[in-house]
Every structure is written in C-alpha cells, then in structure tokens.
Design a protein around this ligand. Structure first.
Ligand SMILES: Nc1ncnc2c1ncn2[C@@H]1O[C@H](COP(=O)(O)OP(=O)(O)OP(=O)(O)O)[C@@H](O)[C@H]1O
Length: 268
C-alpha cells in the first residue's frame, strides 16, 4: 500500500520520454501594474494514456495550467514540453477541450456540432462524419445526430461536447470542470461514462475538478494544488481497480486517498 501512495512527480512509466514534461512552471498575470502569481512551481511528468486529475481550491491556478498545456498561455518560467521523440505534438491539432458548459452551437445539429473541430482543421468531411457517428455511439447518443442542442438534457449536451473533443483524434484531452454544472446524479453517471470512454479511447486526459471524490474516482494520477500562494502540494498514483464501479467509493483505499487530499488542502 505504501508504494501506491508514494509521491513521485516525475514517475511516468516511461521515465526517459514522458508525453508531458513540466519543470518548475511559473505563471504570473500582470494587470494594472500588479503582479499575481497564478502558478508558482509545478513539476510533473504525464505518461501517454494517463488520466490526471487536477484538484484544488478556487483560484489555485488549475485553469491557468490547462491553458498553458493547451498552448493558449506561455509560462513565464520553467520548462513545458509536450510530445515525445516518437510522437510530435502540435497544440492546434492535438488538443481536444471540454469546458464546464457544453458550448454547443444552437443552430447546428448535434452531428454538425461534433464535426466542428474537424471542419476547422480542414479534415475530410465524410471521414469526420463517420467518426462523429462512432463517437456519438460511444457516448450513448446514437439516434440524436440530427437533434438540436435544446432537445438534449445538460448531461447529453456534455456527452456531445466530449465527442466533439475527440473527433479530430487529438493526443491530449483537457477538461476544465467538465461536470461542474450537472446535478449530482447525472454527474455520477457521467463519471462512470468518462471512465469507460477513457478506457476505450486510451487517450491522455487531464481534467480539473473541485470535487475530491471525483478526482480520486476518475484519476490514474492526481495532482493537488493549493492556493495562497498557488503551488503544487502533491502528485501521486491512484491505484484502484479498473474498470471502477461506484462501489469503489466505499473501500478503505478510496477513503485513504480522499483523506490524503483533504489533509493537503487543510480540511481535516
Ligand atoms: N487573465 C488573467 N489576468 C489576471 N489574473 C488572472 C487571469 N486569469 C486568472 N487570473 C487569476 O489567477 C488565479 C488563478 O486563476 P485560475 O483560473 O487558473 O484558477 P482556478 O484554480 O482554475 O480557479 P477556479 O477553480 O475558480 O476556476 C486567480 O486568482 C485568478 O484571479
């Protein structure tokens, strides 16, 4: 059990060539003559196929870190390397994003929404549509291809946005509080779906959450960030059986992981 809880931010399973390598990453926002340290010192390696949960209080820099990984922000200091010698990485092509709101275009059908990233990248239309249909099947939305977003529930819209994030076959999926706007029951269902999608697609996924339970239930690794000042407090493997069912939440190991995070966040 001790080894399962061991903390090693540079453990990847492929130590020589992790998919993502962050070293002492720092980000400072400068507005109106003031400086604000949003991310002070983040060091971690992420292996291909990992599902990493980023958990921490509001304002600790989780979204900033995602934006750096998406290539939307530059870090002020430190090293950010994505891709391996065998597999290069282009942010515009290789990132899929899911946000708290599904952000579907209301005048496009679900299928037309899902193929949007492929359209923007100029990928062949017929293949994109085929892939979008397969993905809609995978997220349980077969039969809803020609519906409009308003005809779907919040959970169904979020599933469509997950299909959209996968349509151009990106190497990295970044999710910013993807289930934060859903009711508790739908959120539990989406957690189970997410694990299934992750296992089926074998994608590398990094997701932000405020929920300690969600971070432990979904993550293969978990990074805990704390605020004031923003810093990475811990990064560890979550060794729980796969496929996971809701029952795992009642196990002692699950409790050990959640307690560890509560402790790091000063909540025990
Ligand atoms: N563009 C910006 N300019 C100035 N300050 C910013 C900017 N974006 C974020 N910040 C500040 O940086 C800090 C980190 O923000 P960030 O959105 O990364 O946190 P977060 O952990 O994702 O928060 P939340 O969980 O509430 O979404 C916050 O204090 C925020 O006010």
């Amino acid at each position: 059990m001790m080894s399962a809880l061991a903390s090693d931010p540079t453990r990847t399973g492929n130590e020589a060539d992790p998919m993502i390598r962050l070293r002492n990453v720092r980000k400072v926002y400068r507005t109106g003559g003031h400086e604000f340290v949003a991310v002070s010192d983040v060091t971690m390696d992420i292996a291909e196929g990992d599902m990493v949960s980023l958990v921490g209080p509001s304002g600790c820099g989780k979204s900033t870190l995602l934006r750096i990984l998406a290539g939307l922000h530059d870090a002020d200091d430190g090293e950010v390397r994505i891709g391996t010698s065998a597999s290069t990485f282009t942010p515009g092509r290789d990132v899929g994003m899911v946000f708290q709101q599904a952000l579907l275009l209301k005048w496009r059908t679900i299928l037309e929404n899902v193929i949007l990233p492929a359209e923007i990248l100029g990928l062949p239309n017929r293949e994109a549509k085929e892939r979008a249909r397969d993905l809609l099947n995978m997220v349980g939305l077969q039969g809803f291809e020609n519906k409009y977003p308003y005809e779907l529930s919040g959970g169904m819209q979020q599933r469509a946005s997950i299909a959209r994030a996968l349509v151009h076959d990106p190497k990295l999926i970044l999710m910013d509080e993807p289930f934060g706007a859903l009711d508790a029951l739908t959120r539990e269902k989406m957690n189970l779906e997410m694990l299934r999608i992750w296992q089926r697609s074998s994608k590398t996924i990094i997701f932000v959450t405020h929920s300690i339970q969600e971070a432990v239930f979904l993550g293969s690794r978990c990074a805990v960030l704390t605020a004031g000042p923003a810093r990475m407090a811990d990064y560890f493997d979550i060794v729980l059986p796969l496929p996971r069912t809701l029952e795992v939440k009642t196990t002692e190991q699950f409790g050990t992981y959640t307690k560890r995070i509560y402790h790091l966040l000063g909540m025990d």
